[in-house]
Design a protein around this ligand. Structure first.
Ligand SMILES: [Zn+2]
Length: 218
């Protein structure tokens, strides 16, 4: 894959300090956007930030917690939403006779069935295809979950692995440069290693810490 090699050769990821300024929404700061004010005290105050950036390729990945991002969604070309609930939900009507009532979100939202503390049932090809899309579209993508640690950290590491990093380097980099609490469970670490091995099956950790939800069971 020529584009991948070019990205790697141009040292795709800035690994020094905080990069670009966080895009604020039209009506105020990212903090307190949930309206919960001082009632809700987050356990970690790592800021949403640009975590991965292709200097040559023109694409980037931003990451954070949903409560810090909820005024900024419109600044991105793609959302990777790991919370389980759409943040740009419109009417979804998969019935042909009624489909003209359907409405689509202004920002494309990839909504994955990914349980908290667990892993997602997607193979390495998904992460490869996602990076290929970001590169082609020169997109700024925002990835987020509820706490911004487990699922978000795992997704960042998987994107790095898809770009050629080893799983161990990706895990260490995410914890050093994004948040030390990122990637929360052994199962999530195992999943990142599985992506590196390009295994086609689900994560193989024998001691899963959550019971995976079945698709279509909500
Ligand atoms: Zn944190």
């Amino acid at each position: 894959m020529d584009w991948l090699q070019e990205d790697l050769e141009s040292r795709i990821f800035r690994s020094d300090s905080l990069p670009d300024a966080w895009p604020e929404g039209p009506s105020g700061s990212r903090r307190g956007g949930s309206g919960l004010g001082s009632f809700f005290k987050p356990l970690c105050d790592h800021p949403p930030q640009c975590v991965l950036k292709s200097e040559e390729g023109g694409w980037s990945v931003w990451a954070g917690r949903v409560m810090d991002c909820d005024r900024s969604f419109g600044n991105f070309q793609l959302l990777l939403n790991l919370t389980g609930d759409s943040v740009v939900r419109k009417h979804t009507i998969p019935v042909p006779e009624l489909s003209h009532w359907e409405q689509r979100a202004a920002v494309p939202e990839i909504l994955l069935d990914w349980p908290d503390m667990g892993v997602v049932a997607l193979p390495w090809q998904f992460w490869r295809d996602l990076v290929a899309h970001l590169s082609r579209a020169k997109a700024q993508m925002l990835v987020f979950c509820v706490g911004g640690h487990g699922r978000t950290g795992t997704a960042i590491a998987c994107i790095m692995v898809a770009c050629g990093w080893t799983s161990e380097d990706a895990i260490a980099w995410v914890r050093a440069h994004y948040c030390s609490q990122a990637i929360e469970t052994r199962q999530q670490e195992s999943y990142i290693r599985m992506i590196e091995r390009k295994d086609s099956c689900h994560a193989t950790d024998n001691t899963p810490q959550t019971t995976p939800r079945r698709r279509g069971n909500r």
